[in-house]
Design a protein around this ligand. Structure first.
Ligand code: F0G
Length: 461
């Protein structure tokens, strides 16, 4: 076990929960079971001590030395950076060796966006296949500290799968609330297999979120949606791991998908803390991309208003981000504005094509994650991002999270769902611009060689 000791003890001792509303300014003990400020109702975050009197070089050295350690805390790409987390040094952690996700150079995606180079940080390579694990390890650890018996979340699928796994590890009862018929099979299968009580709700994610917050008023039930500031604490370490992997070379621009906006809030917090600690000397621009039919944050960003207007019936095939009333929009807005980033939306067609392109890099991702590359392409076209810019797209979920979508695209059978209007099926059809359908062949060598030739000629760019 490798410790910097002083900083971790100080981070824990000085940490508190704090209302994000500066006019309120209330703060609370770390062990107060809260989700929003009891005084003004605004969001909470965890203030850890990140003053600059610690030697940044010392932290870098310790974190790097942990890469060769077998201590379970050092094997986790979240707890490796525990000096930045509000937990005591002897905390019993609930971990699945989360984090440690790769960064990939993505030349096909870069060319598609008209960039010289593009880096993909693949959070889909987490134990349950999405970025949620980096926050679930800390939130479920906090649930154990607080003595909760039951952990709950509302989810479009990934949070549910992640919580179900970590709750199983911690031997806690787990209930997940998901919109019925709107969660991919893979995500549902995970939650069932991990033993959670899966409650399918007639309604959408926002309805589930509302109900679950009422449920969490019960003392023994602990809510671990990203409204919970301990989720954000774990997720912020993605910023640290990314910079560590890049030997502390700050990217110019980091682009993430936006749903409930916990991820963008967490990355914003992570980068800011790294700067406060002098581990980096500038902040990357942080941009958030939403799907056109579920884009209240992008709409807010482009308007004069300073209040988010929820969308009652969000629509997108990227079901992970089919959210009309994102809980963490204030935190995300602050991060985007502070770093000079953008919030924008992209169409279903753009998402589908960008996803296929990410696949061609040999990487792949679920539809929600592909909003990043679609958004970057737009930002390059509009001149917001120059072709030489050092850009990182954060892919949030694994391709196998939604294989039906991929199959439908390649079979040229992908249709948007648009219940609000009376568009015909033909109108709702998405073009399979980069389709790669399977071919049936006879079981002979000649037929196979012919099939290969045909594939080659059809896919020559
Ligand atoms: N990408 C994926 C794959 C997701 O599952 C989610 C959110 C997001 C992006 C958006 O992240 O909410 O932090 O802005 N999924 C949640 C869930 C809502 O329940 O699994 P966000």
């Amino acid at each position: 076990m490798i410790e910097t000791g002083k900083l971790q003890r100080a981070a824990q001792a000085a940490a508190k929960q704090r209302c994000i509303n500066a006019a309120c300014g209330a703060s609370f003990d770390l062990h107060a079971r809260l989700y929003v400020c009891p005084n003004c109702g605004d969001l909470l975050d965890v203030a850890v001590r990140t003053t600059a009197d610690e030697d940044p070089e010392g932290l870098r050295t310790v974190w790097t030395s942990r890469l060769a350690s077998f201590d379970p805390r050092d094997r986790s790409g979240v707890w490796r950076y525990r000096e930045l987390l509000p937990f005591a040094a002897d905390t019993h952690i609930v971990t699945l060796s989360e984090g440690n996700t790769p960064i990939y150079d993505a030349p096909v995606s870069a060319a598609y966006c008209e960039l010289d180079a593009l880096t993909l940080k693949h959070q889909g390579c987490n134990p349950t296949g999405s970025f949620k694990d980096t926050g679930m390890t800390t939130a479920v650890t906090q649930a154990v500290i607080l003595g909760a018996r039951t952990v709950v979340c509302a989810s479009t699928g990934n949070t549910a799968a992640s919580l179900a796994a970590y709750a199983a590890r911690a031997e806690l009862q787990c209930a997940i609330l998901v919109p019925r018929g709107q969660v991919s099979h893979a995500k549902l299968a995970q939650s069932l297999d991990y033993g959670a009580a899966v409650l399918e709700l007639d309604g959408n994610f926002d309805d589930a979120m509302r109900v679950i917050r009422e449920l969490a008023e019960d003392e023994e039930i602990y809510l671990v949606n990203s409204i919970n500031p301990f989720r954000i604490e774990g997720q912020k370490t993605v910023a640290v791991e990314l910079l560590h992997q890049r030997n502390w070379r700050v990217p110019d621009h980091v682009v993430v998908p936006g749903g409930n906006l916990g991820n963008s809030s967490a990355l914003g917090k992570g980068f800011k803390e790294l700067k406060d600690l002098r581990l980096i000397d500038r902040l990357p621009r942080l941009s958030v991309v939403q799907a056109e039919g579920a884009a209240p944050f992008a709409t807010l960003f482009g308007s004069e208003s300073d209040m988010l207007r929820p969308i009652e019936r969000p629509q997108t095939l990227a079901t992970a981000i089919k959210i009309g009333a994102p809980v963490s929009w204030k935190k995300a807005l602050q991060a985007v504005l502070e770093t000079g980033g953008r919030a924008l939306s992209v169409s279903e067609q753009e998402i589908a094509d960008a996803k296929a392109i990410i696949g061609r890099d040999g990487v792949g991702c679920e539809p929600a994650s592909a909003t990043t590359v679609a958004g970057i392409k737009r930002l390059v076209a509009s001149g917001d991002i120059g072709s030489e810019t050092d850009v990182v797209a954060v892919l949030t979920g694994h391709i196998l999270k939604d294989s039906d979508y991929a199959i439908d695209y390649h079979l040229n059978q992908l249709y948007t769902i648009d219940s609000a209007t009376s568009r015909t099926k033909e109108d709702r059809h998405l073009a399979s611009t980069y389709s790669n359908p399977p071919a049936r062949v006879k079981a002979t060598k000649d037929a196979i060689l012919e099939g290969l030739l045909r594939h080659q000629s059809e896919h020559r760019d």
